[in-house]
Design a protein around this ligand. Structure first.
Ligand code: PMP
Length: 294
């Protein structure tokens, strides 16, 4: 039976999510020695009655996960992961869903040498109603610096997210929704779980920074808008007409304020958000190669 919490994929099998436990000596729990992805599927209207669904840019997500796994020395089979994701979505009957694969080190040692450790792979899927672009994000510059790429490469390594948690906690404690990482030279890096764009005089610009995660939504929006990609200063962001964040979970999130600077209407962001929403649902025929049917 599926149980209350549905099924998840764990080490080669679909199992009831509510029965699953990891040992408290799990290496990844102590040291963050894991790598994950955040992926989405969307209901599409094509096909049989009721319609189907498709995972958005699945090969790109799995390729980024492979890079992180290689860095940590975790075995990773992209074709196997793809199969596990599709099977988990089908088994749970999820169409609009958030998909969370994780590869991690288990037990065998408390040391930092990962060689003796067991390895695990799981996929969880969560029903995720389509994001209603209601409340706009209130952003503040973080006093924390982003993990520099020379210390921790910008991949989805579990332990790296402690940096995001500190920045998010600090921003929320001051009454903001989200933190903006700026580097020591005043260049914008990214947010805790999203990349940054700005619009000025109709020109769309994607913030580029070596310490920022190479976002797949960012890449998508550059392709859709013809945005330029370049380093951007904090000052330029304050001077922009529109600012928005983007990521798989966030989709496109307009920014209403950056500290004391408030932004007005955001027509360019709105149009690009609407286009993105059509693309992920397979309503833009020219972009169907980004979709993996479930
Ligand atoms: N930056 C960080 C730190 C993130 O965690 C995410 C979410 N994966 C992003 C940017 C956006 O990346 P993507 O568009 O690939 O989801």
């Amino acid at each position: 039976s599926k149980g209350e919490a549905g099924l998840l994929w764990f080490d080669g099998d679909l199992v009831p999510a509510d029965g699953l436990q990891a040992p408290v000596t799990t290496h990844a729990l102590h040291y963050g020695s894991g790598v994950f992805e955040g992926i989405r599927s969307y209901a599409t209207r094509d096909g049989a009655a009721g319609g189907g669904s498709a995972v958005f840019r699945l090969p790109e997500h799995l390729d980024r996960m492979r890079k992180g796994a290689e860095l940590l020395g975790l075995d990773f089979d992209a074709a196997g992961a793809r199969g596990a994701i599709v099977q988990t979505l089908r088994a749970n009957g999820h169409r609009d869903a958030y998909i969370r694969p994780l590869a991690w080190y288990g037990t065998g040692s408390m040391g930092l040498d990962v060689a003796p450790l067991t390895q695990h792979f799981m996929v969880a899927t969560m029903a995720q109603p389509v994001h209603l672009s209601g409340a706009r994000t209130r952003l503040t510059v973080s006093p924390w610096r982003r993990n520099p790429a020379t210390s921790l490469p910008p991949l989805k390594l579990s332990g790296g997210y402690v940096n995001s948690i500190l920045a998010k906690r600090e921003a929320k404690a001051r009454g903001f929704d989200e933190a903006l990482f700026v580097d020591g030279d005043g260049l914008v890096v990214e947010c805790t779980g999203a990349n940054v764009f700005m619009v000025r005089n109709g020109q769309v610009t994607a913030v580029e920074h070596r310490d920022a995660l190479p976002g797949i939504t960012r890449d998508t929006l550059i392709a859709l808008s013809g945005a330029e990609s370049r380093p951007v200063t904090h000052h330029e962001l304050l001077d922009a007409d529109e600012v928005f964040l983007c990521g798989t979970a966030a989709e496109t999130a307009p920014v209403s304020a950056l500290d004391r600077r408030e932004y007005g209407d955001n027509p360019v962001t709105r149009d690009l958000s609407a286009l993105y929403a059509r693309v992920v649902r397979g309503e833009e025929p020219g972009r169907s190669s980004w979709l993996t049917a479930v």
